[in-house]
Design a protein around this ligand. Structure first.
Ligand SMILES: NC(=O)c1ccc[n+]([C@@H]2O[C@H](COP(=O)([O-])OP(=O)(O)OC[C@H]3O[C@@H](n4cnc5c(N)ncnc54)[C@H](O)[C@@H]3O)[C@@H](O)[C@H]2O)c1
Length: 321
């Protein structure tokens, strides 16, 4: 079998996301170098790396020796040294567009023409980061937004700008896949991408419900912990709606659409599910699941939920209360 060679990864910024990415890549056999200009950030990051790996080991989910993984991650305050062999750059510096732009422009000058320059930004679109960069830097710049922490949440949003070269996007996707991640390509630049837009929609409503005295903060968290979130650990909101109503999502939209439209209007948001939109969503769902297989898929969902229940009940991490 051919040996897959992973590009050496350089992480710029040794905060919580930088350390988490270091764990993800190092535990998937990548060479990892972490750069941070703040000298006191590095010992803190090394200790954080060790503590997180110890936790994974205590939970029995770390295949490698903890010390060996720690030893495989290099830390430096020297940007040129950090980037000398870089094949993949994951920027994890503070959420500040000028800072990210300046850092990635400097990284471009210190790396080869085919090295992706990827920002972990939570909400800034890559065109804004690349604005004013030299063309050779802009065409290598994109966002790779992880969930926190990326070694436990495999999704990563890959967001190119119109200037990002297609080969750079495909290197990013391939590299993330070889680190065990599940990249989702975001097809248009929108602030917050998918993850934080979806999260934001829920949080906006949650804040309103607390403000209006409908529920406490913990009541809302309980509805998600013990309801929505459990189901969403198995299927997403579209598949949930598709499986909740016999006849699938089209039938769900006919029954529930008007109520959801009223709830939106009450919050000043008028985005009805038009017949055309429902038809588009239905067509995409029917390509994923034929209605003839609907009952079997509902049974599959329930089996997965039973597994989640069994894991939560019987297999708690020993270090957690
Ligand atoms: N924390 C999250 O939940 C989360 C999730 C996904 C993405 N992100 C994004 O990841 C990025 C990093 O977030 P974080 O939570 O790890 O921040 P953090 O504040 O924990 O860490 C930032 C690190 O960057 C370092 N830094 C400062 N200036 C720098 C520079 N010029 N070059 C390199 N490093 C520099 C700091 O010393 C610090 O160690 C942000 O863009 C954030 O939006 C955060």
């Amino acid at each position: 079998m051919a040996t897959v060679t992973h590009p050496p990864v350089t992480i710029l910024g040794a905060g919580s996301i930088g350390v988490s990415f270091a764990i993800l890549f190092a535990t998937n056999a990548f060479d990892v170098t972490v750069y941070d200009p703040a000298p006191d950030a590095l010992p803190r990051a090394a200790a954080d790396l060790r503590a997180r790996l110890d936790q994974l080991a205590a939970c029995g989910v770390l295949d490698d020796d903890c010390g060996a993984v720690c030893a495989s991650v290099r830390f430096t305050t020297d940007l040129a040294a950090a980037l000398a062999d870089a094949g993949f750059v994951q920027e994890c510096a503070p959420e500040d567009r000028e800072l990210k732009r300046d850092l990635l422009q400097r990284a471009a000058a210190l790396t080869g023409a085919d090295v992706p320059l990827i920002s972990s930004s939570s909400a800034i679109v890559p065109s804004e980061i690349a604005h004013g960069m030299t063309p050779d830097a802009a065409e290598r710049t994109l966002v790779g937004h992880p969930g926190n922490p990326p070694y436990l949440l495999p999704v990563v949003e890959v967001v190119p700008s119109p200037s990002t070269r297609a080969e750079i996007v495909s290197t990013a996707v391939t590299t993330y896949r070889s680190a065990g991640m599940r990249p989702v390509l975001v097809r248009r630049e929108v602030e917050g991408f998918l993850f934080n837009r979806l999260q934001g929609a829920l949080l906006r409503e949650a804040y309103c419900l607390v403000r209006d005295g409908v529920a406490t903060v913990d009541d809302i968290d309980e509805v998600v912990r013990s309801g929505l979130g459990l189901r969403w650990s198995v299927i997403g909101p579209f598949e949930t709606a598709d499986l909740n109503t016999r006849g699938g999502i089209e039938s769900h939209a006919a029954k529930m659409g008007p109520a959801y439209e009223r709830m939106g209007a009450e919050r000043g948001q008028h985005d009805p599910w038009t017949p055309e939109l429902v038809a588009e969503v239905t067509a995409q769902r029917r390509m994923l699941l034929d209605l003839d297989d609907w009952d079997e898929r509902v049974r599959w969902r329930d089996r997965r939920l039973i597994e989640v229940h069994a894991r939560l009940g019987a297999d708690r991490c020993p270090s957690e209360s």
